[in-house]
Write a protein that binds this ligand. Structure first.
Ligand code: ASP
Length: 324
């Protein structure tokens, strides 16, 4: 989601319906939070308030945290104005929108698709990979064939707006990932139901104008997403290459297993990245949720936000960062 779009949501998108939809229009300082045991919790990266709302609604209807995650992630995937997830995502430098997504359930099952063109709900295709195949990851043409065989509709993911942005970019062809300006708005969503079961998903169109064939952290289990029902769950956003090289979310969950709180675990994983690599112009943000319902976040740079539901009311937080 672009910063413009974030502003749009804060100021206009849900303005008049904020009360009825239970969407928070004010930001709170991020401190470590605790939900009481037995209480459902849903957390997403960035200002994905609409996604959290949908996930919360689905959780009440179906009681399934996995269904809730899938339904929530459909919101940005279906939104043509969200330029970093699903339909309307920015293309690679060849002009193709290629999508990455993964999902994990409370039993430790996982499914993923990557470098996939032509299908706007990669999270659902990833779920079917998890549920219907003996594999974890399907990529490229194989993922597309699997989607088609399973009844998903093929569409053109490149909106007029994204095509225009790509053509403008082609004039300069100057590629240099930037901190938050490059819309690291991947949705990573993790949740806990009232029975103490965790699940998560992550979906993105990846970095705008990336090289053809580039796959980031988002569809890679242990990088963009990790769920361990005994401990907790974590998901990532930002420059995927940094998260891939450190298996960031696996690290966060392992830090929680060793006794750190979600926020301390995110902070330690961020520090691992920033001590090993030059992160002066890169962003990475983690969010994490423990089995007992504690949650937290941490980022390299200021500007990372996340949204939380422990009730129908959605709260938007600014994550703490190294540069605070
Ligand atoms: N992590 C994503 C990727 O590298 C990008 C993002 O979070 O915006 O593909």
């Amino acid at each position: 989601m672009s910063s413009n779009r974030r502003e749009f949501i804060k100021k206009v998108g849900f303005g008049t319906t904020a009360v009825t939809m239970g969407i928070s229009s004010c930001k709170a300082e991020s401190t470590e939070k605790k939900s009481s045991l037995g209480k459902s919790t849903i957390i997403s990266t960035w200002n994905n308030q609409g996604a959290n709302q949908e996930a919360w609604k689905k959780l009440q209807e179906s009681g399934s945290i996995l269904d809730a995650i899938e339904a929530g992630i459909h919101v940005p995937e279906n939104d043509p104005n969200d330029t970093s997830v699903g339909y309307g995502g920015r293309p690679d430098r060849m002009g193709n929108v290629t999508l990455d997504a993964c999902i994990m359930d409370s039993l430790g099952n996982a499914g993923s698709v990557c470098f996939m063109k032509g299908y706007k709900n990669p999270i659902s295709i990833a779920r079917q990979v998890m549920e219907k195949t003996p594999h974890v990851i399907l990529s490229g043409a194989g993922a597309e064939r699997f989607a088609s065989d399973n009844g998903f509709e093929r569409i053109n993911l490149l909106t007029e707006n994204s095509e225009k942005a790509w053509k403008e970019w082609l004039l300069e062809s100057n590629y240099s990932p930037q901190i938050n300006a490059e819309r690291h708005d991947t949705i990573g969503m993790i949740g806990l139901d009232s029975k103490g079961n965790l699940a998560g998903g992550c979906s993105t169109s990846g970095l705008a104008f990336k090289m053809e064939g580039r796959v980031g952290d988002s569809p890679i289990i242990g990088a963009g997403l990790f769920v361990d029902n005994e401990v907790g769950a974590a998901t990532a956003t930002g420059l995927g290459e940094l998260v891939l090289k450190t298996l960031g979310t696996f690290l966060v969950v392992e830090f929680m297993r060793n006794g750190l709180s979600p926020q301390e675990a995110c902070k330690k994983a961020v520090k691992r990245i920033s001590t090993k690599y030059d992160t002066s112009s890169s962003q990475v943000g983690f969010i994490a949720l423990s089995k007992s319902g504690d949650y937290g976040a941490y980022a390299i740079q200021k500007g990372f936000q996340y949204v939380v539901n422990t009730s129908p009311q959605t709260e938007l937080f600014d994550a703490k960062s190294i540069n605070d």
